[in-house]
Design a binder for this molecule. Sequence first.
Ligand SMILES: CC(=O)N[C@H]1[C@H]([C@H](O)[C@H](O)CO)O[C@](O)(C(=O)O)C[C@@H]1O
Length: 236
Amino acid sequence: MILGHIGARKGSKGVPGKNFRTLCGKPLIDWSLDQLFANARVGAVVVSTDDPAIYAHAVARGALDIGLRPAELATDTAPKWGVWQHALAASEPLYGPVSAFLDLDCTSPLRIPEDIDGALDKFEAEHPDMVMSVCEARKNPYFNLVEPDATGALQVSKPLPGGVWARQDAPVVYEHVGVVYVLAPAYLRQARTIYEGRVVPFVLPSERCHDIDTPYDFRLVEFLLTEQLNAGVRKV
Ligand SMILES: CC(=O)N[C@H]1[C@H]([C@H](O)[C@H](O)CO)O[C@](O)(C(=O)O)C[C@@H]1O
């Protein structure tokens, strides 16, 4: 059984009330929740939250009743790994053994259903420990990401011998994006951090890879989502 998971913390410093804020006519979380409920491969859905309103909303829609997220996992600095581990451990007694743990980040509402199926297909075909959505990085640390050295002078972040003088010559670097993750339950139970095992990239077009972390991101995603809806790329 594939368990679909969404993590939705109450407090967001960047965009207050973010996960429940209306985006193009429905709460941000519903863009992801609707995709989990609409996917026939997903056997059960669970929402991990410390927000009673989000929790009541999710359970009323059919999400598993695992209780509110423990306070120690609801801080600004709690890694997502522990949240995922808790959600898996709390769900299995209610629903039975899980064959894949599918996470959608509600801050990435530009994903389309094909992105979820593509990540699941890759997981089922290659049996990695984890599939992680990425897009080609918009800036590259071998070429046009720079940082100040001890004297305050700018240097390329990851210099190569001889330098890299054209974007096309720089090694490929990806951005980690929260569009979709698929994890092997055994790996999630036993590892302590994300990258201990074999984590493989699922490469998506950057136009669907914008996480909402700031009010500016919210406006940008609203614009891009409206474009998707108008172009018929998605129905809901
Ligand atoms: C699996 C994981 O590590 N998720 C982390 C994500 C991703 O790094 C980001 O969405 C990728 O773009 O970032 C946060 O939401 C953040 O911005 O504070 C914290 C969260 O724990």
